[in-house]
Design a binder for this molecule. Structure first.
Ligand code: CA
Ligand code: CA
Length: 453
């Protein structure tokens, strides 16, 4: 849906692959009690690791204004142009955007009202009403899987589209804002999902592809999706990856949030600017673009910062902590409740039962930004040890920075000297050693922190 759109010829050159059969058929369920038929919506599984971060299932009886803005003119207030820069023949209006039966319905119809925005008089009146909605300022996200179940209308001049624009379009005009066309349908290739991207590279830059499903896409609902990461976009029709539909990119236009658009255009430059009379939409006939749902998935949850430790308070036992012990005395470290933790119920204990022992209880961190760090922990200690340290080191055999632990009858906050990390890696924890002793020697440790200075 660009203002200067790819021609269908270019799309044809960019890629063609045939699929056979329909990946997902809607299941018709009969509601015998009511004597009606209810159409089940297409199922979709984004795959493991993808979490739903936004969706509109189009339940209820009206469009959710928290998600969408409805256009009511052939002048676009987002891009400040007439007929969307592509010479489209429709005049979007609110009553042609409806929600019902679990679906969004964008309806196109011929009109003799001659609708025309006063800012677009030079283009003449429009010949059709239709629907156009977007999420700008309401739903704007970066990366992820964006998918929708859509049934497109067929016939010459129908131009249904499911696409995105960069959320910075108001300050960085198209194509500098970037555009991802997930689905566009053209009557010349009715079995094709056509996908494209547009950005700025000294001028308008375009990439386009297409995929034939082997069936007229207008025959039913189908799932159209893009999997958009920092470096690639993969376009899928009904869950199938097809040849030549992977866009490799690192352009800044695609490293920022985008918003969604759904619209049913008629005519325009993609069809070679046909006359209104030639559009396959007779008087009194309505054609619809129907959408069962739109969903946006993103990968995993936001990873914790590298300085975040796992189980720093030992409430999950030794989870996240490793033990090194040179002489089989690792029973000297465990999680226990003696005299309670500094916080929570548990803490770590190193203690001697009368035999020589040495224990290094530690956890590792990688991916740390270069810089100085300190380790802090709460400690309680009695008795004498040959060695009792809170320490950190940048490799297993590197010399540590450490603080010798004294005797503390109550929980006491201690910290290591600063250590400079350049390779991103750090080991940190407690190191104790005793050649002989008794059970009166103990160290309790809890609530460990790694701090970047
Ligand atoms: Ca629905
Ligand atoms: Ca604790």
């Amino acid at each position: 849906m660009t203002r200067r759109h790819l021609t269908s010829g270019l799309l044809a050159v960019c890629g063609l692959a045939a699929l056979h059969g329909c990946a997902m058929d809607a299941t018709e369920l009969e509601d015998a009690a009511l004597g009606t038929h209810q159409q089940a919506e297409l199922a979709y599984n984004p795959g493991s690791g993808w979490n739903l971060v936004w969706s509109d299932e189009f339940d209820g009886t009206s469009l959710n204004g928290n998600n969408w803005t409805v256009l009511t003119s052939n002048w676009d207030p987002v891009t400040n142009n007439c007929n969307f820069g592509t010479g489209e023949l429709e005049y979007p209006r609110a009553q042609n955007v409806t929600v019902g039966g679990g679906k969004l319905i964008l309806t196109a119809e011929r009109t003799s009202d001659n609708p025309m925005d006063s800012r677009c008089t030079g283009y003449g009146p429009r010949s059709f009403y239709s629907g156009r909605i977007h999420t700008k300022g309401k739903v704007e996200k970066k990366y992820g899987k964006i998918a929708a179940s859509i049934k497109v209308p067929s016939g010459y001049g129908m131009w249904p589209a499911f696409w995105t624009l960069g959320a910075n379009i108001s300050s960085t005009p198209w194509p500098g804002c970037g555009e991802i066309d997930i689905l566009e349908w053209h009557s010349n290739d009715p079995t094709w999902m056509k996908s494209a991207t547009h950005w700025h590279n000294g001028g308008q830059a375009d990439w386009g592809t297409g995929a034939s499903g082997g069936y007229n896409l207008a025959d039913s609902f189908h799932v159209y999706e893009v999997e958009w990461t920092a470096n690639t976009m993969v376009f899928r029709l009904d869950g199938r990856i097809v040849a030549n539909n992977t866009f490799n990119h690192n352009e800044s236009e695609f490293q920022q949030p985008h918003y969604l658009l759904l619209n049913l255009a008629l005519g325009g430059n993609w069809y070679g600017n046909p006359s209104p009379a030639s559009i396959d939409l007779p008087w009194g006939v309505k054609k619809t673009m129907e959408v069962e749902w739109v969903r946006w998935y993103q990968q995993g949850s936001t990873p914790p910062p590298p300085t975040s430790l796992t189980n720093p308070g030992f409430e999950s036992g030794m989870t996240g902590w490793s033990t090194w012990s040179p002489n089989g005395t690792d029973a000297a470290d465990f999680s226990e409740t003696h005299n309670g933790g500094h916080s929570g119920a548990y803490h770590l204990t190193h203690w001697t039962n009368g035999t020589p022992f040495e224990v290094w209880t530690y956890q590792t961190r990688s991916g740390l930004a270069a810089g100085n760090y300190k380790v802090r922990a709460w400690v309680r200690k009695g008795g004498g040890f040959d060695l009792a340290r809170l320490q950190a080191k940048t490799c297993g055999s590197c010399s540590p920075v450490f603080t010798d632990l004294g005797s503390y009858g109550n929980w006491t906050l201690v910290e290591t000297p600063a250590i400079y990390v350049s390779g991103g890696y750090l080991e940190l924890g407690f190191h104790t050693r005793l050649s002989s002793g008794n059970s009166a020697n103990y160290i309790h440790m809890d609530d460990v922190e790694l701090i970047r200075l």
